[in-house]
Design a protein around this ligand. Structure first.
Ligand code: KG4
Ligand code: ZN
Length: 345
């Protein structure tokens, strides 16, 4: 039963390879969440295949929506708004979630709210820290994005740096694939590196010069490839623990230095991790230690809120709903949507 004063937002996520639906009360209480992962269908291709992603979303959206309502013990009549990822992401994949959200909005007469997927990743932090307020610096690290953002206020973002080539999650996935470890590579490397020595191999730390806040991961990826080729060993003989630990150390060193640099540059004391790679245990460990040493406050979401899910979309959607932001039934996906870009649809 619903208390009349409560606001229930249904979030729908379909920007990449997870079909998600979640119901969140008042922007903080997770009533129910369902994520149907498509990983097994993309695994044999070593990455996400857009056509397969769209088809699987189409297949999974209805069961996922039924499931979330059943888990929540609610009906569409109990909801106050539908929030959906409108971008950035794969256009065909986004289209599926957006289509479903439009149908629900039209048939049930519910307000329709478009959410920026990256903003969703940042807002995932509000579940455990509802009092978290900008100004803050967010390090967004996922399979598709790597950026440092100054969030001056809710909805107001200044990008400070981004990757010039691969995203961090993408680098993890490519290195894991090259080493024959499987897909997605991030969690596998995370586990494997725990038994390795991060100082065993000196891989390059790119773009560390003073003031630089952009990232580059492709040189590191090539360095790992070259190192392994020169070893001239069979796959089973590779020093996988040391290799993965040293690769990870090179990535994390740069992320930590630049995030703290960005906080100093903007004079803020709050740092917020966001995106799939924020689940990484070594990144968290190093960030905890360095922010403590520097007297900064660190926030990061629960592991299950780091990778793609619809809870974060419902949370970001709740704030957009309160601000009066709406999209129409004519809205199209915006595959290259930037953080802070006004969603006009
Ligand atoms: O946020 P996300 O689910 O999707 C995008 O919006 O891209 O992020 C997925 C990425 C993948 O590249 C995956 O390998 C990486 O996050 N990832 C991790 C870990 N868990 C997921 N990377 C490093 N360590 C992890 N524990
Ligand atoms: Zn994501």
């Amino acid at each position: 039963m619903k208390n009349i004063k409560d606001i229930y937002v249904l979030g729908i996520e379909s920007s990449c390879d997870e079909t998600g639906a979640a119901i969140v009360r008042n922007g903080t209480d997770v009533v129910a969440s369902v994520v149907a992962s498509q990983i097994e269908f993309h695994q044999k291709f070593g990455g996400v295949v857009p056509e397969i992603a769209s088809r699987k979303h189409l297949e999974m959206l209805n069961p996922v929506l039924d499931d979330v309502l059943e888990k929540a013990q609610l009906t569409y009549e109990d909801l106050d708004a539908v929030a959906v990822t409108i971008g950035p992401g794969l256009v065909g994949a986004l289209l599926m979630g957006l289509g479903a959200a439009k149908v629900i909005s039209y048939v049930k007469g519910l307000p329709l709210v478009g959410v920026n997927h990256i903003e969703g990743h940042i807002y995932a932090n509000l579940i455990d820290h509802p009092d978290l307020k900008p100004p803050l610096i967010s390090l967004v690290v996922s399979g598709g994005h790597t950026m440092l953002v100054y969030m001056e206020d809710f909805g107001i973002y200044e990008p400070l740096g981004q990757t010039l080539d691969d995203a961090v999650g993408e680098a993890y996935d490519k290195v894991a694939s090259f080493l024959g470890l499987g897909y997605p590579g991030g969690p596998i490397i995370d586990e494997m590196a725990k038994k390795g020595d991060p100082t065993a191999i000196q891989f390059p730390r790119a773009m560390l010069k003073k003031g630089e806040l952009n990232f580059s991961l492709s040189g590191l990826k090539t360095a790992v490839l070259n190192y392994v080729s020169h070893l001239n060993l069979d796959a089973h003989e590779l020093p996988l623990h040391d290799l993965t630990a040293s690769f990870q150390a090179a990535v994390v060193d740069v992320l930590v230095v630049k995030t703290i640099r960005a906080a100093r540059e903007k004079g803020v004391d709050k740092i917020v991790l966001a995106g799939g790679v924020a689940a990484n245990s070594y990144l968290r460990e190093r960030m905890i230690a360095e922010t403590k040493r520097e007297g900064l406050l660190l926030y990061y979401p629960h592991i299950f809120l780091c990778t793609d899910n619809a809870i974060m979309i419902a949370v970001a959607g709740y704030y957009r709903y309160l601000a009066g932001d709406r999209i129409t039934l004519e809205a199209n996906p915006i595959p290259n949507l930037r953080l802070g870009q006004k969603i006009e649809a």
